[in-house]
Design a protein around this ligand. Structure first.
Ligand SMILES: [Cu+2]
Length: 509
C-alpha cells in the first residue's frame, strides 16, 4: 500500500487530483472533484459599493521575502510588509475593508480573514472562493466587517501560515465602553522558517516519518505506534490518555526551535509598560501552526472577556489554553513590578516557551525559562466558557444536520474529514436560512482545532466560537445560522493537517 504523495491543497487546486493516492483510502467513500466543492476558476474580485456614511479602510499588503530579526536569530522568511507579525489592521464594525494584496512571493498566495463573517468572495480560499494570486499579481479583498473583536489574517495556501505571513485584525465597536486604560495585542507563534528548514520541508518530514505503513483507512485509530523520530508527542505533559489536568493528549508533532510573542524569542522579549493599578485589555491570538499554548501572566489572574471575537460571561482564571487559530481577550489589573507573560507549548519538550514582559516598576526581568505558578493553577478550557447573553444565537431548533468526522493518523501521515482528504471528500450542504447542526466528532488520537469559515458557531452552551479545540475522541454539536451564502472551508487549523487534507467544503445549495 502506498502512502499519499504530498497531498497538498495546491496540487488539488492545480488539477493534480489524478496524482492523489486514492488507493490509500481503502473502503472510504470517494467522490469527484465536483462533489468536493472545488472549482477551477472564479470571476475576478468584484468591488463593493459602500453605503452612505460607510467608512472605507484601504491598505496595501505586500507579501514578500524578508530577513527578520527575532531578537537574536535572524531568519529569512516571508512576511506582510517588513515585520513579523505584519502590521496591525484595524477598523470599526460596519466599515468596509479594501485591502490590496501585492504578491511578491515566489509562489501563489491568498489572504484569509480568520473569523470574519465576510462575503465569501473575499474569504481567500483558492478553489472555493477565488483563484490563487500568482507571483507578481495583485488581488483586492473588499468586504464589510459585521462583528467587533480580535481576529487575524494569514494565507490559505500550502503551509504558508507557518512562515511569517500573519498579522492581527482588530475590529472596534465605537459603542463599547472600553473600560480599560491600555490594550496590548499578543500574537503567539511557533517558529521554524529560516532555521535550516522551511515549513514545506517540515511537511515533507511529517509525510516521510509517517512511512507507508498503517491500515490506510481513515478510521484514525492507528496513531501513536512506532518510532516518531524527533517529534514531540506530548509525553511531557500527558499521563497516558488521561483527561482532566492534561486534556489534549497528542497536541502537536512538529519540533520548533523557537516560540514567539510578537515576533520575539523569549531571550529578547517585548516589554509592555504601564502603571500599577491600571487595567489592560489583552488581545491574545494564537497564530501558531502546530502548537497549543497554556498562557498565564505571572502574579496575576486573568479575567477572560471574549473568545474568537465574541463576549463571554467573564471568567477569572489563572491560565488558559489557546489552540491554533483561537483568540482570547482578557482584562487584567496590573500589580507593581515586572511580570512574565508566558505561553508554554503544550506537550512539547524542546524550543522553550514564548515570553513577553509586563513592567510597571523597575526591577530585574525574569529569565526566559521562568515558570509562573499560575501555569499550574486553574487552567481554563475555552469551551467551558459561558456566552454573554448578547452573543447567543436566537433560540431556534436546528432544521438541518450534517456529520463531520475528523479522521486520520500520523502513520501513515493522512488526515481527512468524512472518509477522505479534501478534494476527495464530499462537500457538506446547507440551505440559506437554515439552522444547521454540525455533529462534529474527533475520531483520532490527536487534538484538532476545528475552524469554520464565514460563520461563528454556537456550542450547546451557546458559547460562540469559530475555532474549537477538540480533544481525542471528543464530540460537539455545533449550531450555525446559515445566513452567509457561499462555499466555505471547514478545516483543522493545524496548518499541516489542513494541508494534508483535513478540510471539507460547506456549500449553500
Ligand atoms: Cu488537526
Amino acid at each position: 500500500m502506498t502512502h499519499l504523495p504530498h497531498p497538498t491543497r495546491r496540487s488539488v487546486l492545480l488539477g493534480g487530483l489524478g496524482a492523489l493516492g486514492v488507493t490509500t483510502l481503502g473502503a472510504c467513500a470517494r467522490s469527484t472533484a465536483a462533489d468536493s466543492g472545488i472549482a477551477s476558476s472564479f470571476p475576478g474580485p468584484s468591488s463593493l459599493s459602500p453605503t452612505a456614511g460607510q467608512r472605507v479602510v484601504s491598505r496595501t499588503l505586500t507579501a514578500r521575502r524578508r530577513t527578520v530579526d527575532l531578537g537574536g536569530p535572524k531568519v529569512s522568511t516571508w512576511t506582510y510588509g517588513n515585520s513579523v507579525p505584519g502590521p496591525v489592521l484595524r477598523a470599526n464594525v460596519g466599515d468596509v475593508l479594501r485591502v490590496t494584496l501585492d504578491n511578491r512571493l515566489p509562489e501563489d498566495t491568498t489572504i484569509h480573514w480568520h473569523g470574519i463573517a465576510l462575503r465569501q468572495a473575499a474569504d481567500g480560499v483558492p478553489g472555493l472562493t477565488q483563484n490563487p494570486v500568482a507571483p507578481g499579481e495583485k488581488f483586492v479583498y473588499e468586504f464589510a466587517v459585521p462583528d467587533p473583536g480580535t481576529y487575524f489574517f494569514h494565507p490559505h495556501v500550502g503551509v504558508q501560515l507557518d512562515r511569517g505571513l500573519y498579522a492581527p485584525l482588530i475590529i472596534d465597536d465605537p459603542r463599547e465602553p472600553g473600560d480599560y486604560d491600555a490594550e496590548w495585542i499578543i500574537v503567539l507563534d511557533d517558529w521554524v522558517d529560516g532555521t535550516g528548514r522551511t515549513p514545506d520541508d517540515v511537511l515533507e518530514e511529517l509525510i516521510a516519518a509517517g512511512g507507508s505503513g498503517g491500515s490506510g483507512g481513515m478510521g484514525g485509530m492507528d496513531h501513536g505506534s512506532g518510532d516518531m523520530g524527533g517529534m514531540d508527542h506530548g509525553s511531557g505533559d500527558m499521563g497516558g490518555m488521561s483527561m482532566g489536568a492534561s486534556p489534549w493528549g497528542d497536541a502537536g508533532d512538529v519540533t520548533y526551535p523557537y516560540f514567539l510573542v510578537n515576533g520575539r524569542v523569549a531571550t529578547a522579549p517585548e516589554t509592555f509598560r504601564a502603571k500599577a493599578g491600571q487595567r489592560v485589555r489583552l488581545r491574545i491570538i494564537n497564530a501558531a501552526s502546530d502548537t497549543i499554548f497554556t498562557v498565564a501572566l505571572g502574579g496575576h489572574r486573568l479575567r477572560i472577556t471574549h473568545t474568537d471575537g465574541f463576549p463571554v460571561k467573564p471568567a477569572e482564571v489563572d491560565a488558559f489554553y489557546i489552540g491554533m487559530g483561537e483568540r482570547y481577550d482578557a482584562i487584567v489589573t496590573l500589580e507593581d513590578g515586572v511580570f512574565p507573560l508566558v505561553a508554554r507549548p503544550f506537550g512539547k519538550t524542546s524550543g522553550g516557551q514564548a515570553v513577553a514582559l509586563v513592567r510597571t516598576a523597575s526591577g530585574r526581568a525574569p529569565s526566559a525559562g521562568v515558570n509562573p505558578s499560575e501555569l499550574s493553577g486553574q487552567v481554563l478550557i475555552g469551551s467551558d466558557l459561558q456566552p454573554a447573553e448578547s452573543a447567543r444565537l436566537a433560540d431556534r431548533d436546528a432544521d438541518a444536520q450534517v456529520d463531520l468526522a475528523l479522521q486520520g493518523s500520523m502513520q501513515p501521515y493522512q488526515w481527512g474529514i468524512n472518509g477522505a482528504p479534501f478534494g476527495q471528500n464530499e462537500a457538506l450542504h446547507v440551505g440559506e436560512g437554515q439552522r444547521l447542526r454540525i455533529k462534529a466528532v474527533n475520531q483520532t488520537m490527536m487534538t484538532h482545532p476545528l475552524h469554520v469559515h464565514g460563520h461563528t458557531f454556537a456550542l450547546p452552551s451557546g458559547l460562540r466560537k469559530d475555532t474549537l479545540l477538540m480533544a481525542p475522541m471528543e464530540s460537539f454539536a455545533l449550531e450555525v445560522e446559515a445566513d452567509n451564502p457561499g462555499n466555505w472551508a471547514v478545516h483543522c487549523h493545524n496548518a499541516y493537517h489542513g494541508e494534508a487534507g483535513m478540510m471539507i467544503a460547506l456549500n449553500y445549495s
